[in-house]
Design a protein around this ligand. Sequence first.
Ligand SMILES: *Cc1c(COP(=O)(O)O)cnc(C)c1O
Length: 472
Amino acid sequence: MQFDFDNKQRKEILEIVFEKLENYYSSTQDFKTNPDLNINKIRESLLTTDLVNGIKPEKAIQHVTNGLETFSVHTPHPKYFGLFNPRSNYAGIIADLITATYNPQLAAWSHAPFAVEVEELIIREFANKFGYDKNADGVFTTGGAEANLTAMLCALNHKYQNFAKDGVFGLDKKPVVFCSAEAHHSIQKAAKVVGIGYNLVKSIPITDELKLDTEILQQKLNELDSSIYAPLMIIGTAGTTGTGTIDELNQLSSICKKNNIWFHVDAAYGGGAILSQDLKPQLTGIEKSDSITFDAHKWMSVPMGTSIFLTSRNDILGKTFRITTEYMPKEADKLTITEPFTHSIQWSRRFIGLKVYLSLLFYGWQGYEQTINHQAKMGQYLKNQLIENGWKIKNNTDLPVVCFAKSEFETDSNFPKEILDKVLAKGKSWLSVYPINGIPTFRACITNYNTTEKEIDELINELNIEFTNYLK
Ligand SMILES: *Cc1c(COP(=O)(O)O)cnc(C)c1O
């Protein structure tokens, strides 16, 4: 048994992989958007291999790529109008391959100085784009959930000097987190993980514009029993998961300043707007925040596992995560650098940032501005075509997330579900149904840089056909 392969074998394997990936990448649109969820078939296919002796690499590659092709929702499909899951750009794919091969260890600066400095450069660039000053800090995370968790830990360590040492047992009052009812549930999860519990996350109702109602927020703050509770953080969402709505960031910032509360902006999806001169004004106020979550694996179309946490408070990541050990390399002790493992939830760290860096090297900020503008334009086109075809738009955002319904069926909760089931059964397009104020509406998002008017016309056609059938 040979654990490594020789040059000829490696080339053969890569060629097989290349052919498979190339076929998928160039003909993604020919796949059924979503699979039959046949659990028995999937489990049976996993029993056809031999984990004791192994199988030929060619067979193994066929096995996993066929499995993924048959049993996945094809998020890279141009008619995937789904959640914020992009088609990976080619730079990001190559970056993952390079990272896996060199496998740099980004826990310690001295082990991977080039990689760590690349990540720091990208952090500085984004901090600057979001309007933070040059003292800003940040770290790459695996996703928005880890970035939001990081934000909550930072808020706790900022407010309570001994939090790192004593944890929740040192708190004299219960810390309260405020966010809108439309905020992402990773915030509740973060409250579970940090040990304050999700009962302390207060969901503020939304306005008719689907934004966090700042008047109710102010009222809830006034009503807080200060003998038991202390406000910890207010989270504004810039691009809600359901409706793509951006909260009133300036107002939230003033409330935070006045009451000395940590202001976090969850811009996991909508943060991409900062890369477009046209869309950027939508995010005004984000520069006054204490911290920001931004998922590069959403609107920047890099593969999964790529998010950024930014903070305008230079000292807080160190305060939150610093730890000293004897066994970590000390070669860089005399340099003015930051040891990444002292700034992050993670210890061993993958070179996550290369996916963003290589993308910028391939396409530049200019390329990004173009693709983001294109997607926003396609969102507008989708909206216009829906209206023209008698659908009613239920949300109001410049981000390409469109929620829609039929006026005459708005109280018929069965209607969207039945139409959706029919569309998904055909597997030509993928979209979802999302409840706005409890009323189910269709939700279609442009998450793919390759989606054009043609795919949008086809989607609307499919919806119109199912609507006509429903009326029969
Ligand atoms: C996607 C999303 C998250 C969670 O991010 P992950 O990358 O999935 O961990 C958090 N907040 C918002 C607003 C999101 O859209």
